[in-house]
Design a protein around this ligand. Structure first.
Ligand SMILES: C[S@@+](CC[C@H](N)C(=O)[O-])C[C@H]1O[C@@H](n2cnc3c(N)ncnc32)[C@H](O)[C@@H]1O
Length: 381
């Protein structure tokens, strides 16, 4: 019988495989589980628990093929006995792929993102609390940015799961939602309503398909209130959005992950954020949000609509442009990355660099004379 530590390493290996982690990362976990090499026991585990359960089916053949090749090469190199079934599986995989040429051009893959319950002592958790299945694009660029999963949305998801009280029984509205992972987490923590938006049509189609795959998408927004499945997916371009478009969108909390990256979009993004955070739009607020008005939040602040934006600062100029535009629009920004650090729910995801992500809390400044505090956040060039 495997010891608890072994079990955990094998679980991480399995979850990394289903999240389609880069093959080098999966191999690193396989090596670790084998105590330094990919032993026959680990090979059997991969055959039975990963390859044998490959949920993405045909769409993920290329990935499975790569993993099998690397596992075999690694085992051969370290003079481990190689399980014959690995060769057989590899042959099968290559045959199936060549028999179905359409798979060679498919650019969609299916990732299972599993969130492990964090523990607060030395024992590491083996409990999966939530799994989101997402169709993603293999092409990060060339118009497919919204169909990829970016680290900020992993961070924002961990934040939501770490501080469920900030989102449960609240109407939550996300900008630039991409594949929709944040929506799955918001639904999980009991948000009363979840509106995901994006300004890219193909991203929106993929997002809706993902919500359907997770049994969360509902076409008719009137049913959202009665249904447990309460994720609505909407087209919203920051350039085109008007007050009228947002009029009937309930929101207590606004969210965004990796949306500050294009300097030409920044003024439009800031304008939309200001519209979303304003309260003078005659909108009916949810009863819970109204009564929560004076409840202090994770950062000790009280009241009002709030936005949580997770971002990787790739270009300081672009970030400063955002901070300046936000200050000009009387938005106050506080960096809460360290004061509200989320727990780690994705310990197996070695490719995810949590330290690269910053979390911003944004509110409207209290009065017209009160300048936003965003300039405090300006970074040196
Ligand atoms: C880098 S992706 C992040 C996606 C997702 N939030 C994540 O972190 O995985 C940026 C997202 O913002 C959307 N976006 C970019 N510019 C936009 C605009 N001007 N209006 C609306 N959506 C926009 C893109 O379509 C894309 O889905």
């Amino acid at each position: 019988m495997a010891a608890a530590g072994d079990e955990q390493l094998l679980l991480h290996l399995k979850l990394a495989f289903f999240a389609l982690e880069p093959s080098a990362r999966v191999l690193a976990l396989a090596r670790k589980a084998g105590g330094g090499s990919v032993t026959p026991r680990v090979q059997n585990f991969i055959l039975e628990n990963c390859i044998g359960n490959n949920v993405g089916g045909g769409q993920n053949y290329t990935y499975v093929e790569t993993i099998l090749k690397k596992v075999i090469a690694e085992a051969e190199l370290s003079s481990e006995i190689v399980n014959d079934e690995l060769y057989e599986e590899l042959g099968q995989c290559m045959l199936s792929k060549s028999n179905n040429s359409s798979l060679n051009v498919a650019n969609k893959i299916y990732k299972d993102i599993s969130f492990l319950s964090p523990t607060y002592d030395d024992d590491s958790s083996n409990t999966v609390s939530l799994v989101a299945r997402l169709s993603c694009s293999t092409n990060m660029l060339e118009g497919d940015t919204g169909c990829c999963l970016w680290p900020s949305s992993l961070f924002l998801s961990e934040f939501i799961l770490s501080f469920p009280e900030l989102f449960s029984r609240k109407s939550c509205f996300e900008l630039g939602s991409g594949v929709g992972l944040v929506g799955v987490c918001l639904n999980y923590v009991g948000a009363s309503k979840v509106i995901l938006t994006d300004g890219d049509a193909s991203t929106l189609i993929n997002m809706k398909a993902n919500m359907e795959m997770n049994n969360l998408y509902i076409e008719d927004s009137r049913l959202v209130i009665e249904s447990k499945n309460k994720v609505e997916c909407k087209y919203l371009s920051w350039e085109e959005a008007s007050d009228k478009d947002l009029w009937d969108c309930e929101r207590d909390v606004v969210l965004g992950a990796d949306i500050i990256y294009n300097p030409s979009c920044v003024p439009h993004l800031v304008r939309v954020l200001s519209m979303l955070l304003r309260r003078d739009d005659g909108q009916h607020r949810s009863v819970d949000a109204a009564t929560d008005e004076e409840t202090s939040d994770v950062n000790g602040a009280t009241g009002g609509r709030v936005a949580y934006i997770a971002t990787v600062i790739r270009n300081v100029d672009t970030f400063n442009c955002f901070a300046k535009a936000a200050a000009d629009s009387k938005l106050s920004i506080v960096n809460i990355t360290s004061t509200a650090a989320p727990s780690s729910f994705l310990p197996y995801m070695l490719s995810y660099d949590r330290s690269s992500v910053q979390l911003l809390k944004i509110k409207l400044s209290l009065s017209d004379t009160d300048d936003g505090k965003s300039s405090l956040l300006m970074l040196p060039f």
